[in-house]
Write a protein that binds this ligand. Structure first.
Ligand SMILES: *[C@@H]1O[C@H](CO)[C@@H](O)[C@H](O)[C@H]1NC(C)=O
Length: 267
């Protein structure tokens, strides 16, 4: 089962795509071949479905951190995805404007890679915050004493993400001001609350934007997909003396980190 699931993960990692028809069908197709893992991921609705999703990620070894499990269990993914989509299946979903919400296993992976830099009171930046789901997870991790900033360049997505967060357990953090979501070009980061202990980028860049490296705190960590067609999820650590170390975590497929005009075809 574990081997089987690793293979499934590999497929999903390559399937961080935004062509809606395709991403919707992945789960069903692979289910036929691979031990009904996907179907298990889709059991239940509402908080029951969300709990089952987290349980499965734990069972298959994707989530090993207790804190990450708690946070993902607390924040119902169903409140963040478009109505009618399979909120609890382990698959990326289209959210409009040629953007996606990543698969739950990618969220879990990024949360665990950043966990040490998402301790209570720390600061995090989420570039390409989309639905606000992962930004909300960050906010629950760092708590009311921390500071989390989400940036997305599509104003409609930012409006939607604020409404999503308001419906969720992270809503009070938005009200208290320890979480905020902004319209902006995430490639420039968000200077106001820099430097950040943790930076997450939810879209792939051909190179790591210098502004993001500059806004990373010494001792901080950035997780960013890098590449064009073939992409790698990079873990960038800035040491106390400011030097940068990078390693590759896994192969992924994200939508490109680009301008609003490029993403929406000029409209
Ligand atoms: C998605 O991208 C295509 C190609 O650039 C564009 O024609 C389309 O308008 C975009 N869709 C949205 C909703 O922005």
């Amino acid at each position: 089962m574990n081997l089987c699931f690793s293979f499934l993960l590999l497929i999903f990692s390559f399937a961080e795509i935004y062509s809606s028809g395709f991403s919707d069908s992945i789960c069903l197709e692979e289910t036929l071949k691979l031990d009904s893992v996907c179907l298990e991921f889709q059991t239940g609705t509402g908080s029951t479905g969300n709990k089952a999703m987290v349980e499965n990620l734990k069972r298959f070894g994707v989530i090993s951190s207790k804190k990450v499990a708690e946070v993902m269990e607390a924040l119902d993914r169903g409140l963040f995805v478009p109505v009618g989509s399979s909120a609890y299946a382990d698959t990326p979903l289209p959210i409009g404007y040629n953007a996606t919400i990543s698969a739950p296993h990618m969220h879990a992976t990024c949360l665990q890679l950043l966990e040490d830099k998402l301790q209570p009171g720390m600061r995090a930046l989420d570039v390409g915050s989309g639905t606000g789901y992962l930004t909300g997870c960050f906010a629950l991790m760092v708590g009311a004493e921390g500071r989390v900033v989400g940036v997305d360049h599509i104003p409609q997505l930012v409006d939607m993400s604020i409404k999503n967060v308001e419906k969720s357990v992270a809503g009070s953090l938005l009200q208290k001001g320890s979480l905020s979501l902004h319209v902006g070009d995430g490639r420039k980061g968000w200077g106001e609350f820099a430097p950040y202990d943790a930076i997450h980028v939810g879209a792939a860049a051909s190179e790591i934007p210098q502004a993001l490296l500059d806004q990373l705190k010494p001792g901080g960590r950035m997780v960013i997909p890098v590449g064009t067609y073939f992409q790698e999820l990079k873990v960038i650590d800035k040491s106390e003396d400011g030097s940068i170390k990078a390693r590759t975590e896994t192969s992924v497929r994200y939508v490109p980190l680009t301008s609003r005009v490029e993403q929406t075809g000029g409209f």
